[in-house]
Design a protein around this ligand. Structure first.
Ligand code: SF4
Length: 300
């Protein structure tokens, strides 16, 4: 893949583990997107981890489409229902620069896997002016070849690690092979970005933050997942998320049609403490709607 010209990658797309092989110049892949860049919002996001949002906010761009099909997706309007505005590469580069000049501590690319070639073109266009770190914020369902394309462009990786069991990931994200790819991807991101490095203000300059959101009725899956990557405890920051809210189609699955219980959160937190991860955990009271932005094309 790396030997192809970027524009050629889109004519036989294998950017993510779906490996559709579709020609995106004439049709759409499983992610729902063709060769045009689409995004639904660009703004200073204050609700990322403190080392990412800092005092001014993270310059976040929410891209349209997604290689995963999570039934509880809080961003389903853009990930699965196609809300978004088409941008040229030049317009995307200008969005990055506008965010930087409005004070963003970093440029935060949310769900960008299926637009990597176009995003690299945009970063090339503004590289002489862009001085803040670039964050690749992903569902974790990634190929190592695509991560290799990001070397030299991305400083910080924030992958989710959502599920351990193939049954669970198949049921809720239509990706029974999720963990097989996501674990390898996280380890490859660590090799690429190295251990976390902070600046003098406590903002992350480079490194990997792994996010895990606890699902209701699935604390054993969380437990197995955390133990399986425990050897990375000195290499990553862990962000344990408890804000699960049953959005989108979650009501079709009674076991996840609620927020998590305190005892579920505490059990998973025990595993985090036992395995020795450093990082962030949110109080259960933080399960609020502020985490769900309106996709109103602001900033595009
Ligand atoms: S990025 Fe989209 S088109 Fe490309 S392989 Fe993945 S799902 Fe298919």
């Amino acid at each position: 893949m790396r030997n192809l010209r970027r524009s050629d990658i889109l004519t036989h797309c294998t950017l993510c583990p779906r490996r559709c092989g579709v020609d995106r110049t004439v049709s759409k892949g499983f992610c729902g997107e063709d060769a045009g860049i689409r995004a639904a919002k660009a703004y200073l996001h204050m609700w990322e981890e403190p080392c990412i949002s800092g005092t001014n906010g993270s310059g976040t761009v929410f891209f349209t489409g997604c290689p995963l099909k999570c039934v509880f997706c809080q961003n389903y309007a853009i990930s699965q229902q196609g809300t978004g505005k088409e941008l040229t590469v030049r317009e995307l580069a200008d969005v990055f620069l506008r965010l930087q000049y409005s004070g963003a501590h970093n440029i935060n690319l949310v769900t960008a896997t299926h637009f990597v070639p176009q995003i690299l073109d945009a970063l090339d266009m503004c590289k002489d002016e862009l001085t803040v770190p670039v964050v690749y914020n992903s569902g974790g369902y990634e190929l190592t070849e695509t991560i290799d394309m990001l070397k030299g462009y991305v400083d910080i990786f924030i992958p989710d690690l959502k599920y351990f069991s193939p049954e669970v990931s198949g049921k809720y994200s239509a990706a029974a092979d999720y963990y097989k790819y996501a674990e390898k991807a996280v380890r490859h991101m660590v090799k690429t970005a190295g251990r976390p490095v902070f600046d003098e203000n406590g903002l992350l300059k480079s490194g990997v933050i792994v996010r895990h959101m606890i699902l209701p009725s699935h604390r054993r899956d969380s437990d197995a997942l955390l133990r399986s990557i425990a050897d990375l405890k000195d290499d990553i920051l862990l962000s344990l998320m408890s804000q699960y809210t049953p959005f989108f189609r979650a009501h079709e699955f009674h076991e996840i049609d609620r927020r998590i219980y305190t005892h579920e959160y505490r059990k998973v937190l025990d595993t985090v403490n036992e395995t020795g991860f450093e990082g962030y955990s949110q109080e259960r009271s933080s399960a609020r709607e502020e985490y769900t932005p309106d996709f109103d094309m602001q900033g595009l």
